[in-house]
Write a protein that binds this ligand. Sequence first.
Ligand SMILES: [Zn+2]
Length: 298
Amino acid sequence: MSGRRLLISYAHPDDESFGLGGLIAKYVAEGVDVYLICATNGDVGTVSPELLNGYETIAELRLSELRCASELLGFKQVFEFGYRDSGMMNCDDNNHESCLWKAPQEDVTRRVVDVIREVQPQVVITFNKYGGYGHPDHIAIQRATTEAFTLAGNASYVTSQRPYKPQKLYYSGISINMVRLWVGLTHFRGQDPRRLGNNKDINIQAILDNVEPIHARVSIKGYYDKWQQANACHKSQGGGGGGMMRNIPKFLRPTLASNQGFTRVFPTPTQNRIDEYDLFAGVTAAEISSTPERELMR
Ligand SMILES: [Zn+2]
């Protein structure tokens, strides 16, 4: 089956690999055209000074890491929105006039609508309502993408692109078992699960409190190595260990990472249970075989 298109709408250079590297590798291997929105440049990330050799700014380094991961994973196209990134909630960086958290939501939404209309994905993925672990940039792009998903097909919402209605919207899920294991390990190590990370601003108990139901569980078995290679591109962010997986003992990681869960937002589920094993399940054949309008216009 060809003509399948997936759009991932995320915030930072590294979110795509740490969060979805295995899933992206799987769908690209199966012939899906996978597109990425990366809304910020990663300016605020903490970076070891020696890694900045050869780069003018942190943003330049972070975007070059994203390009490394993009080539490895095989994105069809990456849309860099160029916003400055924000820090965790109540951080001074969040008052910067160019940061994503400060940007008017309608502006971000409009840009996402234009990407949806241009690439015409049947399936769109963004963060959950809590932005995974409460990061303001994740929440900002989640809100804009959720709004854009509906507006893209609305003919009265006029942009430079023609209306297009995607079929499915998912929020990337959080593995309750993995977070529970992480909370347990945190207690074991004598740490406070509500105050983790270099700046003590990661609250994994809050991640658990904000978990949303999973409706789709997709196997990514066989893509663990590729996932790790993509993570390794993001060296300045500790890549190589796998995002949240960094906190899990190495020998457990391939097993725990053998599938990935998603919350289906549209079409609205009738029950909160897993009823899909492929994000393209139910995507209509007519839609898949149709030629994107942009190709007809060439
Ligand atoms: Zn992020």
